[in-house]
Design a protein around this ligand. Sequence first.
Ligand code: URP
Ligand code: ZN
Ligand code: ZN
Length: 459
Amino acid sequence: MSLLIKNGHVVTSADSYVADVLCTDGKIAAIGHNLSAPVGDEVFDATGQYVFPGFIDPHVHIYLPFMGTFAKDDYSSGSRAALVGGTTTLIEMCCPSREEDPVEGFELWLSKAQGVSACDYTFHMAVSRFDDTTEAKLRSIVDRGIASFKVFLAYKDFFGLNDTELFQTLALAKELGVIVTAHCENETLVAELQKRLIAEGKTGPEWHEPSRPVEIEAAGVHHLLAFAEATGAHCYVVHTSCEPAVRAAQEAQWRGVKVWVETVIPYLTLDSSHAELPDFEGAKHVMSPPIRSSEHQEFLWNALRTRSISTVATDHAPFDFAGQKDMGRDDFTQIPNGLPSVEDRVNLLYTYGVKRGRIDLHTFVDVASTQAAKLFGLFPRKGTVALGSDADLVVYDPTYRGKISAATHHMAADYNPHEGWEIEGRPSLVTVRGHVQVRDGEFVGEMGHGRFLKRECTH
Ligand code: URP
Ligand code: ZN
Ligand code: ZN
């Protein structure tokens, strides 16, 4: 079966040209002019629209037992929402707690996606404990196609590692060529500041940010990268929210440490005033690290433009406002941390990045697709429009105008942190390995079409 996309403006991280793209048997089979499809197969006229490689979200949580509850999406809602928003590959954090067995955890996370997901998927394997049995277990998980680990310097006693375990994890990663993704915040300092604020009666969501100030995040980055330097491991700092944290990574790069930086769409669009909204509405914007004041936002956009930041993910972690976020109504430390945004990342980045002149189209594709593919062992199968690549394509209509709303989104959360935000463009057609999964903002495809992506270690 073939699909021919005619006359689209193909944009990759490096190139920009008008062409036809022929997809056959799940792969890109031809790119050129005046191509034709076999009789009876679909021809889609993309005149006036962009053709982007399928977008990759390198940091999502779908199945997430966390802070006494579970994130709201499953692969049925989460993968559909991702696809409607143009994301064709999800890299989920597989996060068993310290008490759980990593191999059993991996099987559990895999089972949630297998046969259900509508888009392709893989996992970063969290290392939440390192004991005498861990190395062999991690080796077996890597053999099954997992090329990246995840470590938490925060959430001590649940996901967090102590320093000896961190060293052991990074040393093993170096030996295996695995890249280590890391949540960087100094948890001891967070816990002390939380205690002090609560004791002073500062219990509302607006105190979440002051309990995790920028210096605590930068200290986490610095700490991680001292271990990266000592072991030689390659690291990727997830959800970087502020200037001091990016600068800590840059300083390490100048020392020769191999480190890449991710930011996430809420940090580029929202600011700390959202956590100060009255009537506990601020809880809708509680995530960690916290959403910062607006000067950090401009710094992040500039760091993206100059590629000091390599990727824009979501850290999608959806919790309902009613029944979940309100667990912390009397104590902000009990508000489940996380925001839903897997559906809106691409449209927000296009509208508030490309259309507002902050980044160009190539940077947009690079940070939302290509870099993730390169860093995590998926390139050139994913992340580009090229002969032989998977036919994961997003035909993008730049004339579309609409508004984000929980009333129309496909994510399971009962609110949207970007409620009412205008978007200036959206996918009109989304394919996963040549199969049309989305047309004009609606999922029209096949659940269970998504595949687990086995990856090679490339670091
Ligand atoms: O607040 C956040 N980021 N929630 C999800 C878990 C994590 O730390 O990534
Ligand atoms: Zn995190
Ligand atoms: Zn996360």
